[in-house]
Design a protein around this ligand. Structure first.
Ligand code: 5GP
Length: 189
């Protein structure tokens, strides 16, 4: 079977990627957020809700930086649109397995872009009778906001560029990068 050398090339040093946030920067910021969350949620037994799939990496590192009792659940949401732009239509593909009435909820998301997905999700969770609903987001692409979303715990503000890595994908690729990078040419191999 014929194989191309591109199949075996390093993904982490792919020349189509420009590192925006290094692994060290990400992990250091998560430690800081974890310390803050440990303090803010002590004794509240918060339920962390990770939004699949992109937030998994941030969620698992963040959770291990929180030194108080916590639980975790996952939701999957699809927003329609092209692979690099969201359209604003939102649908819940996987819902929570538990009721959240009276619980302190911390939604954990990879990136807030237009804010359409999060504003829908946060309103939906509030309507279920949660005691509180707050948001932790690793990245904030603030220049593109269409709907106001309060980010209670933020990793980094980033410019209006399409980014991949640390859970964020382009057509399911690049989630495994330990850093965040700008994808220079989405059409390049
Ligand atoms: P919003 O509803 O805020 O516009 O979109 C949020 C979702 O769009 C994110 O959870 C993410 O899946 C996707 N998204 C927005 N910007 C980017 C980006 O720069 N890179 C990647 N990979 N996904 C993005």
């Amino acid at each position: 079977m014929a194989t191309s050398s591109a199949q075996f090339a390093s993904e982490f040093s792919n020349p189509n990627l420009e590192v925006l946030l290094s692994e060290e920067q990400i992990q250091a910021r998560i430690k800081e957020l974890g310390t803050q969350l440990t303090h803010d949620y002590a004794g509240l037994n918060p339920l962390l809700i990770g939004v699949l799939k992109g937030a998994c990496f941030f969620l698992s590192d963040l959770m291990r930086a929180i030194d108080t009792r916590v639980s975790v659940e996952f939701m999957a949401i699809s927003s329609y649109g092209s692979s690099t732009r969201t359209s604003g239509e939102v649908r819940i593909m996987k819902d929570l397995d538990v009721p959240i009435e009276g619980r302190h909820i911390l939604v954990v998301e990879d990136i807030v872009d237009t804010g359409l997905t999060l504003s829908y999700l946060l309103a939906n969770l509030h309507a279920r009778g949660a005691a509180s609903v707050k948001l932790a987001a690793l990245l904030d692409k603030f220049e593109r906001r269409q709907r106001e979303v309060q980010i209670d715990y933020l990793g980094f503000r980033i410019p209006d560029e399409f980014v991949v890595g640390y859970g964020l994908d382009f057509a399911e690729r690049y989630r495994n990068l330990p850093f965040i990078a700008v994808l220079k040419d989405p059409n390049a191999d």
